[in-house]
Design a protein around this ligand. Structure first.
Ligand code: TDO
Length: 181
């Protein structure tokens, strides 16, 4: 497993070794030991799966404490542009984001600690997105940020993605009060 520590503290990307033979491919998509040693350990309690048509954008989402969720995200079919925004008030990179392409052919996996808003854009038809969460879904704790906020200035590479009604009314960064220390 190749390990990359990203510029935003605590964010780790894993790229597994892919074994290919005449039957197809094999790779390890989760290793509690390797991930914990890289600072991406977690008590995972919920697995989620979504499928999206090309051009669907989901986000930017988080759950507020005490229901904050770390996430371990990957793509099983297709490809996404995955974006995370640091919303930890005391962080030196507060308000900054990174964008990582997650590709089912590479099998790369992104560890997102608590204190980040998360979203992704599906870049292919039938993109199957899989993720584990460190806490259960808690609708009352759901929060978010506007995907095309001018302060965040995220280059999604698309002007008019397919966005849910809920995601069209998320707050902008200027009026946002983060619940994360
Ligand atoms: C996230 C979630 C949703 N739901 C339900 C609520 C709703 O009726 C339906 C669809 O929910 P949403 O529109 O919020 O799904 P979606 O927009 O895919 O939400 C997800 O977006 C990505 C970017 C994340 O980071 C995730 O944490 C999650 O917020 O599924 C659950 O039952 N459990 C869950 O854990």
């Amino acid at each position: 497993m190749e390990i990359k520590h990203h510029a935003l503290a605590g964010v780790v990307e894993f790229t597994p070794r892919i074994f290919e033979d005449s039957r197809g491919i094999f790779f390890e998509s989760f290793s509690a030991r390797i991930m914990a040693e890289a600072g991406a350990g977690g008590e995972w309690v919920q697995d989620n799966q979504s499928s999206s048509i090309s051009g669907v954008l989901r986000g930017l989402h988080f759950q507020a404490p005490p229901y904050a969720q770390a996430k371990l995200v990957r793509v099983a079919t297709g490809r996404v542009r995955d974006v995370i925004v640091d919303i930890r008030r005391s962080s030196s990179t507060y308000g900054q984001h990174i964008s990582v392409e997650l590709d089912s052919r590479r099998g790369n996996i992104l560890y997102i600690p608590t204190g980040f808003a998360h979203g992704f854009l599906a870049l292919e038809e039938n993109t199957l997105f899989l993720y584990r969460c460190s806490d259960y879904y808690q609708p009352s704790a759901e929060g978010g940020l506007c995907w095309n906020d001018s302060t965040l200035n995220i280059d999604w590479g698309i002007d008019a993605p397919v966005v849910s009604d809920k995601d069209q009314v998320l707050p902008d960064f200027k009026s946002f009060e983060t619940p994360f220390e």
